[in-house]
Design a binder for this molecule. Structure first.
Ligand code: ADP
Ligand code: MG
Ligand code: ZN
Length: 492
C-alpha cells in the first residue's frame, strides 16, 4: 500500500518508532458546552447557533454541567486523577470555522491527568500513559463540496461550533503502529462502556491525531516528530504510521532532517502529505478565559461521578471468566460491546450451562450475523433464545445438528428461537403421541373411503392424512412423527 521507496528490513530494524496519540471524543450532551444550542448531528447547516457559539460581541459562556460530568467519568475510566481546580483558557488562532478567533480549551491546568490504558499484544501486557484529559469546544465545519456551480467555494456550518469535546493526550509510550491500533481499540471500548460518547468516527465523534518520530535503537532522546491529522479509521491510522515510519527512516538514512510538521494521510494513495510546518507557527498565546470561573470539581462531586462508573471491559472480562467458566477468548468476544455483555450475562445467569451459551453465541450466532452483515441488536435470535436452545442441547432434548437447522430457520424466517422451535421441533412434547393418536383415530373413522384405498395399496394416500393432521394441528405437529403414527394405524 505504502509507496515510499523500499527500505531494507535491516535498515528499518535499526530504528525504533515512538508514537503518541491525541484523541478527541465528542461528549453526548444534548446541548453545547457553553450555550443551550442542540448538539444534534445532521441538522440543516447553521440552524443550531446562538450569539454565544457564534462568538458575537458581549455574549457570555455558561459551562454545561453534564459535559464536565461526562469528561470526568471518561477520565476516571482511564485511570486519571481529577484536578479539583482546572482552568479554561483561550487558544488563539484564526480559522474560518472558528468565529471567535479563539477556542476555549484547557491548557496548563486540565481537568484530569496521569491516567493509563493497558494494552495487550502477542500475550504481553503494557501500560500506555495518558498525560491529560481536558475539556474544550469544537470548531465549525468547512464544507468544500456539494456546490453545483463551483468547486472553488467553501461554505461554513457552525452547528458543530461549541460542541463539547474531551481531548485525551497519551504519553509517547507506543513503539509500533500495532500498539497504537491496540491503544485506540481499548480507548474506544472504554469510552463506549462509559456511555459518554458514541465514538462514531464517520460522524467525527472520535478523531485522532497521531504523533510519530523514530530514533536509532538505544538512543535516549526522541527524534523530531510529525503529526498526522484527522485520519478517519483505526486501520488507516495504522497505515499512516507505517508510511511515516518508513518515510522518516528514509529521510534520515538519506542524510536529511525531519521537519516538525502536520501532515495529512491520503488513504486512497496510502501516503501522507505535508500540510503546515509547526516550527514557527506554534504560539497560540494561551491565556485564562476571563469569562469563566475556574472549574471546581470537589471531592463530593467526584465521588458521585465515580459512583456512576460502570464495570469496565477488562474487569468485566476477568469476572465473567471466573463466574461462567468461559475462556479469555469467549470473554473477549462477549464483551465487544456493553450491550452484548449485558445480554449475555442476563441470559447466562439463567442458563443450565453458561459455557454452552458462550459457545453457541460464538459458533452459531455471530458467524450467521456476520455473514449477513447484521449487528447483534438485529439478530432474530435473542440471548434468551440462545439460552433456551443451549438448555435444550444440554438436556439432550435436541441434538447439535438439530440446533443448527433450527438456527438456520430462525434466520430464514426472522423469528426467535422459541417460536421456531415450537413450530418445528418440540421433540419432547411430540413424543407424547396420545393426542396425535387420538386425532389419527378420528381421521380414520371419518374417512373410511381413503382408508380403504390406502389399505388396497394406494400408499400415496398417506399424504392426504398427513395433510389433515397438519391442518388440525395448525402446522404444529412433527411431520416425521405424524408419518410414523399414521403408518402404524393404517397398516394395522
Ligand atoms: P505539541 O506541543 O506539538 O502538541 P505535545 O508535547 O503536546 O506536542 O505532544 C503532543 C503529542 O505528541 C502527545 O501525545 C505526545 O505523547 C506526542 N509526542 C511528543 N513528542 C513526541 C515524539 N518525539 N515522538 C512521538 N510522539 C511525541
Ligand atoms: Mg498538543
Ligand atoms: Zn449556541
Amino acid at each position: 500500500m505504502a509507496t515510499t521507496p523500499a527500505i531494507s528490513e535491516d535498515v528499518l530494524a535499526k530504528y525504533e518508532p515512538v508514537i503518541g496519540l491525541e484523541v478527541h471524543v465528542q461528549l453526548l450532551t444534548a446541548s453545547k458546552i457553553f450555550c443551550s444550542c442542540s448538539t444534534r448531528f445532521g441538522d440543516p447547516p447553521n440552524t443550531n447557533v446562538c450569539p454565544v457559539c457564534l462568538g458575537l460581541p458581549g455574549a457570555l459562556p455558561v459551562l454545561n454541567r453534564k459535559a464536565v460530568e461526562f469528561a470526568a467519568l471518561a477520565a476516571l475510566a482511564l485511570g486519571c486523577r481529577i484536578n479539583e481546580v482546572s482552568i479554561f483558557a483561550r487558544k488563539n488562532y484564526f480559522y474560518p470555522d472558528l468565529p471567535k478567533g479563539y477556542q476555549i480549551s484547557q491548557y496548563d491546568k486540565p481537568l484530569a491527568e496521569f491516567g493509563f490504558i493497558e494494552i495487550e499484544l502477542n500475550g504481553s501486557k503494557k501500560k500506555i500513559g495518558i498525560t491529560r484529559l481536558h475539556l474544550e469546544e469544537d470548531a465549525g465545519k468547512s464544507l468544500h463540496e456539494g456546490f453545483a456551480d463551483s468547486a472553488h467555494k467553501t461554505a461554513i456550518d457552525l452547528n458543530r461550533t461549541g460542541v463539547p469535546l474531551a481531548e485525551i493526550v497519551s504519553e509517547p509510550d507506543m513503539r509500533s503502529p500495532e500498539e497504537a491500533y491496540e491503544y485506540l481499540t481499548r480507548l474506544k471500548e472504554i469510552i463506549l462502556y462509559t456511555g459518554v460518547s458514541d465514538c462514531n468516527m464517520e460522524e467525527g465523534s472520535l478523531r485522532c491525531d497521531a504523533n510519530i518520530s523514530v530514533r536509532p535503537r538505544g538512543q535516549k532522546e526522541f527524534g523530531t516528530k510529525t503529526e498526522v491529522k484527522n485520519v478517519n479509521s483505526f486501520r488507516f491510522i495504522k497505515q499512516a504510521l507505517e508510511y511515516e515510519i518508513e518515510r522518516h527512516i528514509g529521510v534520515i538514512e538519506g542524510g536529511g532532517r525531519i521537519t516538525q510538521e502536520t501532515r495529512l494521510y491520503n488513504a486512497h494513495e496510502g501516503r501522507t502529505y505535508g500540510m503546515r510546518s509547526k516550527e514557527q507557527a506554534h504560539d497560540y498565546r494561551y491565556f485564562p478565559e476571563p469569562d469563566l470561573l475556574p472549574l471546581v470539581v470537589d471531592e463530593k462531586w467526584q465521588a458521585s461521578i465515580r459512583a456512576s462508573l460502570p464495570e469496565l471491559p477488562e474487569a468485566r472480562r476477568q469476572r465473567m471468566m471466573k463466574e461462567y467458566g468461559i475462556t479469555a477468548g469467549d470473554a473477549h468476544t462477549l464483551t465487544l460491546t456493553r450491550a452484548m455483555a449485558d445480554q449475555f450475562e442476563s441470559a447466562a445467569r439463567t442458563a443450565k450451562n453458561p459455557k454452552r451459551v458462550a459457545n453457541l453465541v460464538q459458533s452459531e450466532l455471530l458467524g450467521r450475523l456476520k455473514a449477513l452483515g447484521l449487528e447483534l441488536e438485529q439478530s432474530p435470535i435473542s440471548m434468551a433464545g440462545v439460552t433456551a436452545s443451549a438448555d435444550l442441547v444440554e438436556s439432550g432434548a435436541i441434538s447439535g445438528k438439530m440446533l443448527k437447522d433450527l438456527y438456520d430457520l430462525c434466520f430464514e424466517r426472522k423469528q426467535d428461537f422459541p417460536a421456531v422451535y415450537e413450530a418445528e421441533g418440540r421433540p419432547e412434547q411430540s413424543r407424547d403421541t396420545s393426542a396425535l393418536e387420538k386425532l389419527v383415530d378420528e381421521l380414520i373413522a371419518a374417512n373410511p373411503k381413503q382408508v380403504e384405498q390406502y389399505r388396497a395399496g394406494k400408499k400415496t394416500m398417506i399424504g392426504f392424512f398427513v395433510g389433515q393432521v397438519m391442518k388440525a394441528s395448525r402446522g404444529q405437529a412433527n411431520p416425521q412423527l405424524v408419518n410414523e403414527v399414521l403408518t402404524k394405524k393404517l397398516e394395522r
